[in-house]
Design a protein. Structure first.
Lengths: 187, 187
């Protein structure tokens, strides 16, 4: 006798869920194998018994329960319809809220620009007077012109800057001991 | 609840809403019992089955397109009912299936000893319900849809959103477990 088919195939065969070719092979085996045929018959009896599950269980009082469920379903549908109105409106806002929002955004942007002005580059005004110092002089420039107080050859010069309008050079002559103080003021 | 039902009836008097409500009532009337039983067999208790059944019909009515055609409505409702029930069990963590070997021996004598036919059927039905608890939710749903609802395996696969091979596996496993359960309890 051929090898017995596994239980999965028998279970599927009992409910006509085995493929056509497999079904034919199994049917041939069942003709010669009482044990497998009995197992298939048992699966079929169980399948037939399952029809009982279509009956309402006795603990369910279907009359009252069905009326209650119908009412609850109706109530649920109506509640859903009432709730569904709000999202429909929210999905399409009118032009007024959009305009108000745009106005607020523009106002905030303008305010920010006014409150935080962009840093300005140093003025390139050619007439502006600029005070400066080099290792050999303190000087005042205006455009192409310059006035310099020279202290060439002197070491240990102390420079003092007073704001943007004055610069001072102070040094001691090594030979004479004289103290020289030069001021340049810009007015 | 009765008030809500009467409210629905009064709405039916309005010509525009009347047709839709009549269609909804027809849908509920035709499928309520079947869908309730399907969910009840999966979740295993009346209160949860009632809530879930109501939820399924409310969804169905709110998405009117799918349930406009009667033949599609039946399949669509079964699919939603099955998935709703399985999701419910998953959310609740109440996947209550037992190993067959762990089941207690029946306290009552075998079914054949009972003289009353109705009582015998009731005992058998209770046994089948108990057997369903040995299955995983997906096996249970596959078995109910295939062997109780008598849907083709392809349709069961669609309803459970899985391949036909997977459904065949679920069905075979379910039949084998069920058969073993019954064999253990009836011997």
């Amino acid at each position: 006798m051929a090898k017995h088919p596994d239980e999965t195939r028998l279970a599927l065969y009992a409910g006509d869920d085995l493929g056509w070719w497999d079904g034919r092979l199994l049917a041939r085996h069942l003709r010669d194998c009482d044990a497998c045929a009995a197992r298939v018959a048992a699966f079929r009896r169980t399948r037939d018994d399952l029809a009982l599950l279509n009956e309402m269980p006795p603990e369910v009082h279907w009359g009252g329960l069905s009326v209650e469920m119908r009412a609850n379903i109706r109530l649920g549908v109506e509640a859903g319809q009432a709730v569904a109105v709000v999202p429909a409106r929210l999905r399409r806002p009118g032009w007024k809220p959009s305009l108000a929002m745009a106005t607020v955004v523009i106002a905030a942007l303008v305010g920010w620009l006014l409150y935080f002005p962009r840093p300005q580059a140093p003025s390139q005004d050619p007439l502006q007077i600029v005070l400066g110092a080099t290792p050999e002089s303190i000087e005042m420039r205006q455009g192409e012109s310059a006035l310099a107080v020279v202290h060439a050859g002197v070491q240990d010069v102390r420079l003092t800057v007073a704001g943007a309008r004055a610069v001072q050079a102070r040094y001691v002559d090594a030979e004479t001991g004289n103290v020289t103080i030069s001021h340049v003021y810009a007015e | 609840m009765t008030t809500a039902f009467q409210l629905a009836m009064s709405h039916a008097a309005q010509p525009a809403a009347g047709e839709a409500i009549e269609q909804q009532n027809r849908l509920v009337s035709e499928h309520l019992r079947r869908i309730f039983l399907l969910i009840y067999r999966i979740v295993g208790n009346v209160a949860d089955a009632q809530d879930l059944t109501q939820e399924v019909f409310i969804k169905a009515i709110q998405r009117g397109q799918q349930v406009r055609q009667p033949d599609k409505a039946a399949h669509w409702l079964s699919r939603v009912a099955t998935n709703t029930a399985i999701d419910f069990l998953r959310r609740r963590g109440r996947v209550g299936f037992q190993d067959i070997e762990d089941l207690a021996e029946p306290l009552t004598s075998p079914i054949s000893d009972n003289p009353e036919d109705s009582l015998l059927r009731e005992e058998k039905r209770a046994l089948l319900e108990e057997g369903l608890q040995c299955l995983t939710p997906r096996e249970r749903a596959a078995l109910l849809l295939r062997d109780v609802e008598d849907l083709p395996a392809e349709e069961v696969a669609r309803q459970l959103s899985c391949s036909k091979a997977t459904v065949r596996s679920h069905i075979a496993n379910a039949r084998i477990k069920f058969r073993r359960f019954l064999a253990k309890r009836q011997l």
